[in-house]
Design a protein around this ligand. Sequence first.
Ligand code: CUA
Length: 345
Amino acid sequence: MLKARVFCPAAGAFLPFFFGLAFARSVTILDPLSPFGLEVRRLFLIVLILAALIVVVVYGVLGWSVYRYRTQQEDFRLEHEASSLKGNERLEVIWTALPLLMVLFLFGVTVESLVNRVLPAGGYRVEVEARQYFWNFAYPEGFRTSNELVIPVGRRVDVVGTAADVLHAFWAPNLGPDVDLIPGQSTRTFLEAHRPGRYLGECNQLCGPGHARMLFRVVALPEAEYARFVRAAQAFKPAAATPLAQRGEILFRQSCAACHRVEGVSQGTVGPDLTLFGLRTTLGAGFLPNTRANLEAWIQNAPALKPGVRMPPFPNLTPQDLEALAAFLEGLKPRGLDFSTLPER
Ligand code: CUA
């Protein structure tokens, strides 16, 4: 009985620690992929060391007193009982002042980090617009992408944005802090990637039935490759290369142009901008791999794949129509660029 009474609270105290270890394998702040992540890790380690010191001191004193004042002969007990009841002014001052100093210290390092390392604005600025349930990105060089944001490695990118309908939030957990995107207001966050790759991002505010499938990717390219991407995106003119794609373009103008924009082809704004669709590695705002089969299934019946999506089903498109549309869409990319080989992070 006694054993159980001691063991259970002890096990309970350590459970969060073991759960923490289990989760650390999938989501960890100890292996940062951005300067912001490094900053978070630095502050986390400072707090961890302080907390560990407190644990050592508190449990040390506790263990010592449990041992020192364990059941003794009656006269020993009486002798020590009196002194243990007396107040101690010096101790009171110490255990008030020490925690206060620690909190002030943590406040200090956090403010220092914010002012010197986190808040200063970069120079490169991309605009984001969130809608139920996708993302539009506008680059300073004048072109746009949807659902996949392309950035240069090693350069800080400010992301300034708003929402077109309801509250959303832009969050790429590996690359920077999240920010609410609010209708009628402009808010800002930033990203910076250490290594090339495709990074997962998500909407971080419950925004409707499609919220769970409102993801995005940040594609981080080495600086030289990014410059090549920018030049190619600026100069890009869609041109259907095959008879199949040409038929797809005709179908696109009939069925899709009212909602989607493709530079030089259509001007719709209800759905994502598809000008550089062929570069996309994902579909439906980042939740499906961009494969031919997924693309045809998405065009034919998007609501079956994503609840709340505003794109209607197209039950009248034949398999040949779907093939033609997919061929046209897959061709919407500058030659020589391919993001699908980048590592997923
Ligand atoms: Cu947009 Cu949740």
